[in-house]
Ligand binder design. Structure first.
Ligand code: PGA
Length: 241
């Protein structure tokens, strides 16, 4: 499976000119650009190879002020949604139950969900695997394995590495990604899926993750909104195609 690269602009970009510049650099096959909602329509006409991703999705199609549903996203031409990002788990208290509903809403609406899991800094090394296994079990409750094979992507994102400039050692990431893959196959019978790494990925370290065949791509936040850095990331990523 080709490596996937996901660019998460968070709420850092609001000027159209800036957004278009970044989108042009990020416009690669097997890449997903996740801008703030209000930029979807500006970016869509200029991307030829990338897909659009949302940074969030509502838990159902029910009416709710300020939210955006899977069907709306689909109609806007969005193909992916990030779910369970640690910033939302932390600042908005999104819990496993809510995240599970969002995953199901994505599958139902035909969106690929990029489910973020990962331990916080405080956790003991020995507890990490169990913690992640529980996140997967709780976040993926009731999923259909055929739909999951089509629509599920997992991003391993240790909370302490996000936006910190302090990435998780690639060998450790490899170990955890292998564990996630084993859990998804044995517990959920999902056959075909990608597991990405996210957390302070930049042009200096991206190759150290992508060189492992088990690491199916990366989710990049801060470095994806810096045009100079982004160009270097794209160059490195092109070597893995
Ligand atoms: P970062 O963000 O690359 O700035 O650490 C990763 C993310 O958006 O999860």
């Amino acid at each position: 499976m080709a490596k996937l690269i996901v660019f998460n602009w968070k709420n850092k970009i609001y000027k159209t000119e800036e957004a278009l510049k970044l989108a042009r650099i990020s416009d690669l096959k097997n890449s997903v650009i996740c801008p703030p909602f209000f930029l979807f329509n500006q970016i869509k006409p200029i991307i030829k190879k990338s897909e659009l991703g949302s940074q969030n999705v509502f838990l159902s199609e029910q009416i709710c002020t300020g939210e955006i549903t899977a069907n709306t996203l689909k109609n806007l031409g969005v193909k992916y949604a990030i779910i369970g990002h640690s910033e939302r788990r932390c600042f908005l208290k999104e819990d496993d139950k809510l995240i599970n509903k969002k995953v199901l809403a994505c599958f139902k609406g035909g969106l690929k969900s990029i489910l973020c899991v990962g331990e916080s800094k405080k956790m003991k090394e020995s507890a990490i695997f169990n913690f992640i296994k529980n996140q997967l079990i709780n976040n993926l409750k009731g999923i259909n394995s055929d739909l999951a094979s089509k629509f599920l992507i997992v991003a391993y994102e240790p909370v302490w590495a996000i936006g910190a400039g302090n990435y998780c050692k690639p060998k450790k990431v490899l170990e955890i990604i292998k564990f996630i893959k084993r859990t998804l196959s044995s517990k959920f019978h999902i056959l075909n899926f990608r597991v990405l790494y996210g957390g302070s990925v930049d042009s200096q370290n991206i190759a150290d993750f992508l060189k492992y065949k088990e690491i199916d791509g990366t989710l990049i936040g801060g470095a994806s909104v810096n045009p100079q850095e982004l160009k270097k990331i794209v160059q490195k990523y092109e070597n893995f195609k």
